[in-house]
Design a protein around this ligand. Sequence first.
Ligand code: FPP
Length: 229
Amino acid sequence: MSKNKNILKHLAIIMDGNGRWAKERGLIRTKGHEKGAEVTREITRYCAKHPTIETVTFYAFSTENWKRPKYEVNFLMKLLDSWLRNELETYHKFGARFETVGNIEGFSPKLQETIAYIKKETAHHTNVTQILALNYGSREEIAKAASRLANRNEPITEESLGNELNTPYSDIDMMVRTSGEIRLSNFLLWQLSYSELFFTKTLWPDFTAKELEEMIEQYVNRERRFGGV
Ligand code: FPP
């Protein structure tokens, strides 16, 4: 009897290594982010065409990223704004819906407007949902969800807390982190509980759909026991 293959519905990615990619080429770090954004598009294209992937979540800006030099934070904010505006056509072409997790209230009103606009314009697409984690931190997400339940005097259970998170999407099946760092960095800690984790030394701007495809090949054949035997 053939073994059941794992189905990949929700993929999460920590896009790491933009700065090092730029440094290796004698470029300023922001060039790495520009190239990184192109890779985000390519991977989204791949996910939109993939027969089983429904959601891809990218870690684009963490609550800790505010600690970066001001010029880099400003650049990332501007890049996000212009990228999203230019990307609308691409979302339509890919049939991709755009969503976010994280405290976007921390962003400028203009960027918040852009985010809301792209969400609204792409809400009907069904090939894939691309979620950008923006000003996102997992501990904060969990603590705030618990606090909301407590304020409403509701019991805090795995189910109620899971449903109260800002990411009431499916559990994540597979997580990829690029650039050789082997840690989760406060990314979707609750949702990653039973994920299959993949780490590659490839820097994000060099990452390709082909490398992802090879990882997915391994994922479908891995044994997932969810704590059972
Ligand atoms: C990590 O590289 C990446 C980030 C902090 C943010 C990810 C941002 C992008 C891919 C570009 C913007 C994305 C979109 C979708 C507009 P790093 O700077 O930590 O690299 P390093 O570890 O080599 O310094």
